[in-house]
Design a protein around this ligand. Structure first.
Ligand code: SF4
Ligand code: SF4
Ligand code: SF4
Length: 253
């Protein structure tokens, strides 16, 4: 098999996942020996007619982006959405629960009506085109990226995504629970696969890879509030940070 022609595209995002890739080091450089980058706005101006794998970062938040997404889909054999923005709408989806005119005015003041600021609800890339594989996380992890890419280069049809919560991985690495240190955490309803690095670094999990299949969100908000000592509104917002499109209503008692 020759080198796979790979292209990278970005939509509404902070481009942090692309930047994170530059920190992946040795395994990423090894992987590049098996792929041929044919389009990458950050580094080259060429445009490819045929693409084996298109990597898309960022959410679909402007109708004007639909045609560009459809063009990518037409040219690419495989489309991979990577990062929370692309796979669920991510942190951008927080705006779906706010008054759009208010925040445009807050950020852009008198220029809020400029045409290129036209925007809609932030959605995953799959809301506009068919997506073949997803790599979750904010940002994505090196192991996930290398794992997914090596699996799809070998023709695997379905990539394994754990359905158990981050708490499982946190316990396996024997991290002292955030709640036992007077903190708070969403690990009990967050989808695992990352290896629970945040609690190990003393940071609460914020479910950047989405939620487990049947999360008890109400109970989690209650725990955030009662055990984590977060004010009710803050607890609701925490639970919604990366999951705004998945579970819009997270009310505390
Ligand atoms: S998933 Fe996170 S790091 Fe990646 S582009 Fe979106 S906000 Fe940035
Ligand atoms: S720190 Fe978070 S992920 Fe770890 S056991 Fe406690 S709640 Fe679960
Ligand atoms: S511990 Fe939570 S916030 Fe941190 S990477 Fe894993 S899922 Fe994301």
């Amino acid at each position: 098999m020759g080198k796979a022609k790979c292209a990278w595209f970005d939509f509404t995002s902070c481009e942090g996942c692309q930047i994170e890739m530059t920190n992946f080091g040795e395994p990423f450089l090894e992987l590049l020996e098996h792929v041929q980058p044919v389009e990458f706005r950050e580094a080259m101006s060429e445009k490819a007619e045929e693409i084996d794998v298109a990597f898309i970062e960022g959410s679909f938040s402007r109708e004007a982006d639909r045609a560009r997404l459809e063009d990518i889909r037409k040219r690419a054999k495989i489309v991979v959405a990577y990062g929370a923005c692309a796979t669920s709408g991510g942190i951008n989806a927080l705006k779906n629960h706010q008054d759009r005119e208010d925040y445009k005015e807050f950020v852009y003041g008198k220029d809020k009506d400029m045409p290129h600021l036209d925007t809609q609800e932030a959605k995953p890339i799959s809301a506009a085109i068919k997506v073949d594989y997803e790599i979750r996380g904010c940002p994505i992890s090196r192991d996930d990226f290398v794992n997914v890419v090596s699996q799809l280069l070998h023709g695997t049809e379905k990539v394994y995504i754990p359905s158990y919560p981050v708490c499982v991985e946190c316990k396996l690495r024997e991290t002292v629970c955030q709640y036992d240190q007077g903190g708070h955490c969403l690990g009990q309803i967050a989808r695992a696969g990352c290896g629970a690095p945040c609690p190990a670094d003393g940071i609460p999990c914020e479910a950047c890879r989405g939620l487990i299949d049947h999360p008890n969100l109400e109970a989690s908000v209650k725990v955030l509030k009662e055990k984590g000592k977060l004010p009710a509104r803050w607890a609701e917002s925490k639970a919604r940070m990366f999951t705004a499109n998945l579970l819009p209503d997270a009310k505390a008692d």
